[in-house]
Design a protein around this ligand. Structure first.
Ligand SMILES: Cc1cc2nc3c(=O)[nH]c(=O)nc-3n(C[C@H](O)[C@H](O)[C@H](O)COP(=O)(O)OP(=O)(O)OC[C@H]3O[C@@H](n4cnc5c(N)ncnc54)[C@H](O)[C@@H]3O)c2cc1C
Length: 477
């Protein structure tokens, strides 16, 4: 049979599952779904489909399985590794979950929210707050990323230090398998040792093992007091000593500890002049610290001031500004979150989302900075990140005046190789929170080692023998 005929029949059959307005086949309609946020990957798709229910997702998967057509699940399409972007064949469909955006239940006694995969993260935070709860997952893309995408990438963000990553916040999942069956694991239990943990298998699998359609997530009481401060630090060793001091003195009150280098804030100021650093001069490192608690505002403020005093006395910090109100606290956070946007404004850059054990972080930065500067004079190292988690966004922008696309074409591989070799030497990870997608597919075998990589392939083969769920992402079989 000719392939156009197969495609026409397939689209007709899709029409028996979804109404026509939820099946996009015209080029101009599909375009917004074909390129990733960073504009690094562009693919083609036979169709973009928008199911509303888990049943519809299951029917679409069964049809794709019968027709041997592969599926790229897509949420907010804000991922950094091209996981939600189709390949160039034009034979895949994109299954976008944005219509599955119902909040099914808030269980006040269990402190959980059961919601569908297409809920936008910020909407979930707002809904939880209306009910007097905190949903702590928070990241720069929260206005457009979706909970299914957060689960599929096991997203991190700014609150991991206190509340953990998306995996830690999830108690249960509903998933459509590669066979088109619906697995209902929405029990919301905090303890359940009944064999293999299927939930953990699907979290972080980036759409390669199943399509997440709903989840039960943990809620927390809303903190009553929150204090945010920016401090100036001379070097990374002092930043880590400061973290350890806060961990000792403020323990579980510490909810944020973010690091920004002078170069990253310079870039911010260049593209967003309203985001100027309120600290004196231009400190080599600016650290954003947040404390949250259920005690009075006064109690937390006193604790914050006393730890900062100790840090001044121990010469760990050289300046500090405590946000005097919520607007200023939000401005501090916006400064941190706008670095990613400032980089996008500046042009293409080489991203490295890495974790290093805190004990090796100073060595990693000093050695890698020195090697990079020696080999690529004029290079700009835009280093910032979730320091409390040992997670750096060690990004590279070309020397000023050079074309970034051309620079990346020429130096992307050697720069990745250099940085990842340093990561391996420090026993770190080449993907802390962004995942693998298609971006890091090639390097994964070497990084994980052959035993772990073969186990991953065995899992993929067992759960998706036809290889129809997001093929050639994370692991190729
Ligand atoms: C400005 C900005 C800041 C960011 N900050 C952070 C940060 O601090 N921490 C962080 O971890 N990430 C961050 N990210 C990256 C990104 O927002 C996260 O990876 C997010 O979790 C992706 O969600 P999404 O809905 O956009 O998923 P998409 O990009 O649509 O998809 C991501 C992957 O998940 C799969 N997928 C999506 N939905 C489903 C589903 N329902 N079932 C199965 N598979 C699915 C896709 O196939 C793809 O492989 C940031 C991105 C931007 C643009």
């Amino acid at each position: 049979m000719r392939s156009e005929h197969v495609n026409t029949t397939f689209i007709e059959q899709l029409g028996s599952i979804l109404e026509p307005q939820f099946i996009l086949t015209a080029d101009q309609d599909k375009t917004p779904y074909l390129t990733d946020w960073r504009k690094r990957f562009t693919g083609k798709a036979l169709a973009v489909v928008f199911p509303k229910t888990s049943d519809e997702v299951a029917k679409i998967v069964r049809l794709c399985s019968d027709s041997n057509i592969s599926i790229v699940p897509q949420g907010g399409h804000t991922g950094f590794c091209g996981g939600a972007t189709p390949d160039a064949s034009g034979k895949q469909i994109i299954l976008n979950l944005k219509r599955m955006n119902a909040i099914r239940e808030i269980d006040r006694a269990n402190q959980t929210i059961t919601l569908e995969a297409g809920c936008i993260l910020q909407t979930v935070q707002e809904k939880a707050a209306q009910e007097d709860f905190l949903f702590p997952l928070s990241l720069g893309a929260e206005g457009s990323c979706m909970i299914g995408g957060n689960l599929a990438t096991n997203a991190g963000g700014t609150n991991v230090l206190r509340y953990g990553n998306t995996r830690d916040l999830c108690l249960g999942l509903e998933v459509v398998t590669a066979k088109g069956e619906i697995w209902n694991g929405l029990k919301g239990l905090r303890k359940d040792n009944t064999g293999y943990d299927l939930r953990d298998l699907f979290i972080g699998s980036e759409g390669t093992l199943g399509i997440i359609t709903a989840a039960v997530m943990k809620l927390y009481p809303l903190p009553v007091s929150q204090w945010t401060t920016l401090v100036a630090v001379d070097n990374i060793a002092s930043s880590i000593a400061l973290l350890n001091l806060f961990q000792k003195r403020a323990t579980s009150l510490l909810t944020g500890f973010e690091m920004m280098t002078e170069e990253s804030l310079d870039l911010n100021e260049k593209h967003f002049p309203q985001m100027a650093n309120p600290l004196k001069g231009k400190p080599p490192y600016t650290v954003l610290i947040e404390l949250s608690d259920y005690e009075s505002e006064e109690h937390v403020r006193q604790l914050l001031e006393s730890v900062l005093e100790e840090a001044f006395d121990g010469s760990l910090i050289t300046d500090a500004v405590i946000a005097s109100n919520l607007t200023q606290a939000n401005a501090f956070w916006h400064m941190r979150e706008h670095i990613t946007l400032a980089q996008a404004e500046e042009g293409a850059n080489l991203k490295h989302d890495i974790t290093i054990p805190l004990s090796s972080l100073e060595r990693f930065i000093s050695q890698t900075d020195a090697l990079m500067k020696a080999q690529y004079p004029g290079i700009r190292i835009i280093n910032f990140g979730h320091l409390g988690d040992g997670n750096l966004h060690y990004n590279i922008a070309p020397p000023l005046g050079l074309d970034s696309q051309e620079f990346n074409r020429q130096y992307e591989k050697p720069i990745h190789d250099l940085i990842y070799a340093q990561v391996e030497a420090c026993h770190g990870s080449i993907s802390a929170e962004h995942g693998v997608g298609q971006l890091k597919l090639d390097g994964l075998r070497a990084h994980k080692g052959s035993v772990a990589h073969d186990l991953m392939k065995a899992l993929k083969t067992a759960l998706d023998p036809q290889n129809i769920l997001n093929p050639h992402k994370v692991v190729s079989i």
